[in-house]
Ligand binder design. Structure first.
Ligand code: SF4
Length: 204
């Protein structure tokens, strides 16, 4: 059986497969201001312990696993409603990431929680620290399918061990691995092309 895919790898993969490979295949990591803020946010959210308010019990840093779907990770916050049914809450320090990366990560948490609690979870929440607002994310069939597609994509990356081509688009401005990735560096010269040659005819 395959090892479980980490929930953070799903988020990295959906954001950019090359970022996922750099982190999870090549072991590269670099912080920028956004990821540094993200660590602080998660450390606060992962402070541990439980609290109860208005009948809702809040669990922090809850380990998650789904044997059925091959997923594992840690939830920032899981709220247990008065009827005992869980709702995942993911804390984010920055703006919403493109391509539903945060939503896929949250929905993956829900798939784990459904298996662990034997419950149906129709929605969860993303809490944006800067605006102190939380938005609801519906766990539609499409989003659930996107989780499993991302899981398969991560597995293929881990098996293949090949670095995908750079996205080289707006995502790169948000990416902490910009310097390591060099998304706009010249690459893929035609076979036999010598970028340092001064010959004009390309002959030998
Ligand atoms: S810099 Fe761009 S291409 Fe490179 S990992 Fe980041 S998002 Fe992907």
């Amino acid at each position: 059986m395959d090892d479980p895919v980490s929930l953070s790898a799903l988020q990295h993969f959906v954001f950019c497969p090359r970022q996922c490979a750099l982190i999870h295949v090549e072991g590269v990591w670099a912080d920028n201001s956004q990821t540094a803020r993200g660590h602080q946010t998660h450390e606060r959210a992962h402070g541990g312990g439980t609290e109860v308010r208005d009948g809702v019990r809040t669990l922090r840093a809850l380990p998650l696993v789904s044997r059925q779907h091959g997923l594992a990770g840690v939830a920032d916050v899981v709220e247990l409603l008065p009827d005992g049914s869980p709702r995942p809450v993911e804390y984010k320090s920055g703006k919403a990431k493109p391509r539903l990366a945060d939503e896929v990560q949250l929905c993956a948490q829900a798939l784990c929680l459904e298996e662990m609690f034997g419950a149906d979870i129709p929605e969860g929440f993303i809490y944006h620290v800067a605006s102190r607002g939380r938005r609801e994310v519906a766990f539609t069939l499409e989003l659930r399918g996107a989780v499993l597609d991302a899981r398969d994509g991560v597995r293929a990356l881990l098996r293949g061990g090949v670095l995908p081509a750079p996205a080289a688009d707006d995502r790169c401005r948000l990416c902490s691995l910009y310097d390591e990735c060099e998304p706009f560096a010249p690459r893929d010269f035609p076979a036999g092309y010598d970028p340092f040659s001064t010959r004009m005819d390309g002959g030998s």
